[in-house]
Design a binder for this molecule. Structure first.
Ligand code: ADP
Length: 499
């Protein structure tokens, strides 16, 4: 059983890797220490490239460049329409490089190439266009104070923004952080995840081609405790936006508080429920549940990792779900037939396998999956546990892999209680034809986004982010733009000043 179908490296022309250094002040430069780290292809477990390793001293240089670009450069000062024009050009150039970018994310993160080509990378260009479209519509308001005063607000860019992003969506994460930051007139330093630095460096190169001025957009690959921590604790970064695990989010917030009290937004882990009611179309619901956990091999913070099914359809649902899971194609992400590629790296692969073993020990029933696929590459079978108890580790912890917990429920109230029985609150799904049920449940679930009869329905204009320990602040939509703006009130007397 060869998950690569014999052509992990042969049948597809691999992308050329031209950008492996730090992108600071419009130039690709070596790290000050000269150190490099390896980035690995999870299909083959082989080294793709060596990338310059940024550390604190490199972050310092990048922040100086971003500071100068913010304090003295044209970007925050140019009319929003000018920024928009450059961003639109960048989006067009990205569109001309879709295949190369998609292939980079496939070899770096194990993502399905076809999805990258048709969804992720065109999505990057469209996210940039969405925020370019608002760059010239940022304004404050005229206020009506109680006294004889004229007052208005200015929406000012917050300054130099630090971004720390994860590896599961190297492109979409880059876009959703960078595009609103640039539209707001800020400058930035971004650290991609150490597992997936390649596409971010390519986007930076294309940004320069589009005319984004030097120093505005800096990309510094490196590790979390060094380069990442240097961002969150930096005295001259005005805001930090982080997406990643809840544990690291806590550290980022602490570092921000201990340094210059920079505002923080955190998009953290999830253990999202999908609640399926008796009136659902069982076949479609099973498909949705499977996609909800297996899309991007479960490496998505909104994965529907806890599925609750009402008792009337439970048995039929379970049967269909298992059939579909067994037919799911795990294989080389370049192969158009593949539905699931390898997990991102060895650490993640081993973590998932150890959770599966833990689930078995805890007494959950392994309905299907549970094993590695093939002998090379980090492929894991779609895995479904039933007979779970809600306090089991596999039901409470975010596994970030193709592992679902399935549980039966009786009443709507029980379904809601189970859905909310988690420290997380990122997303939730409901499947029902009953409008009352949909309304009641969607308002009762504590999560930042609730999908009714769909899952993963994202849009540039749909804000999403966490309740509870899934963090705070929203990505996408105008909400995200406001993370990178701050309000200044300007007040003056209308008549002679009374004081
Ligand atoms: P995951 O567990 O999904 O790998 P992490 O939260 O560990 O997610 O990583 C998300 C991002 O946070 C990565 O870019 C990583 O390098 C960075 N990171 C990890 N540790 C720290 C830290 N102590 N401070 C700042 N950033 C960090």
């Amino acid at each position: 059983n060869d998950p690569t179908n014999g052509h992990a490296t042969s049948s597809f022309k691999l992308p050329s890797i031209n950008f492996t250094k730090l992108f600071i002040n419009g130039q690709f430069v070596h790290s000050i220490s000269g150190k490099e780290f390896e980035t690995i292809d999870p299909r083959t477990e082989e080294v793709i490239a060596k990338v310059s390793e940024g550390r604190k001293e490199d972050i310092d240089v990048a922040v100086k460049a971003a500071r100068a670009a913010f304090d003295h450069g044209p970007w925050p000062r140019m009319p929003g329409a000018e920024r928009a024009k450059i961003m639109m050009k960048w989006a067009d150039i990205i569109d001309q490089n879709i295949e190369e970018l998609a292939a980079l994310d496939t070899i770096d993160a194990g993502k399905l190439y076809n999805w990258g080509k048709t969804v992720d990378i065109p999505g990057v260009a469209n996210t940039i266009r969405y925020y370019a479209g608002v760059a010239d519509k940022i304004h404050g308001e005229v206020l009506k104070p109680s006294r004889e005063l004229h007052a208005y607000t200015l929406m000012e860019p917050i300054g130099v923004v630090g971004h720390i992003i994860p590896w599961n969506f190297p492109s979409a994460m880059f876009a959703v952080k960078v595009a609103p930051t640039l539209a707001a007139g800020c400058t930035l330093v971004l650290k991609p995840a150490e597992q997936t630095p390649l596409s971010a460096l390519f986007y930076a190169h294309l940004a320069k081609q589009a005319g984004i001025p030097d120093g505005v957009l800096n990309v510094v690959p490196g590790f979390g405790p060094t380069a990442g921590a240097a961002i969150s604790s930096h005295m001259d970064i005005d805001k930090v936006s982080f997406t990643g695990s809840t544990e690291v989010g806590r550290e980022v917030m602490q570092a921000a508080a201990r340094s210059n009290l920079k505002p923080v937004s955190l998009e953290l882990g999830g253990k999202s429920p999908l609640v399926i009611f008796d009136d659902a179309d069982v076949d479609k619901a099973a498909e949705l549940a499977l996609l909800g956990i297996l899309y991007n091999k479960g490496e998505i913070c909104v994965a529907s990792s806890r599925v609750f099914v009402q008792e009337g359809i439970y048995d039929e649902f379970e049967k269909k779900l298992v059939e579909k899971a067994k037919a799911w194609v795990v294989g080389d992400p370049f192969d158009p037939k593949s539905q699931q590629g390898p997990q991102v790296d060895k650490k993640q692969f081993e973590k998932i396998i150890s959770y599966i073993e833990h689930g078995k020990r805890e007494g959950a029933t392994l309905l299907t999956g549970g094993k590695r696929v093939g002998g090379k590459g980090y492929y894991i079978e779609p895995t479904i546990f039933s007979n779970v108890k809600e306090d089991m580790v596999i039901v409470q912890d975010e596994i970030f892999g193709p592992v679902m917990s399935l549980k039966k429920f009786k009443s709507i109230e029980e379904g809601i209680r189970s859905a909310n029985n988690t420290k997380y609150g990122l997303a939730a799904g409901i499947v029902t034809k009953n409008l009352d049920t949909a309304n009641t449940v969607s308002r009762s679930i504590r999560a930042g986004i609730v999908w009714i009869n769909c899952y993963f329905a994202f849009g540039n204009d749909i804000p999403y982010g966490g309740y509870k320990m899934s963090g705070f602040g929203r990505d996408f939509g105008l909400e995200a733009l406001h993370k990178y703006l701050q309000v200044k009130s300007v007040v003056t007397p209308i008549y002679n000043s009374p004081w």
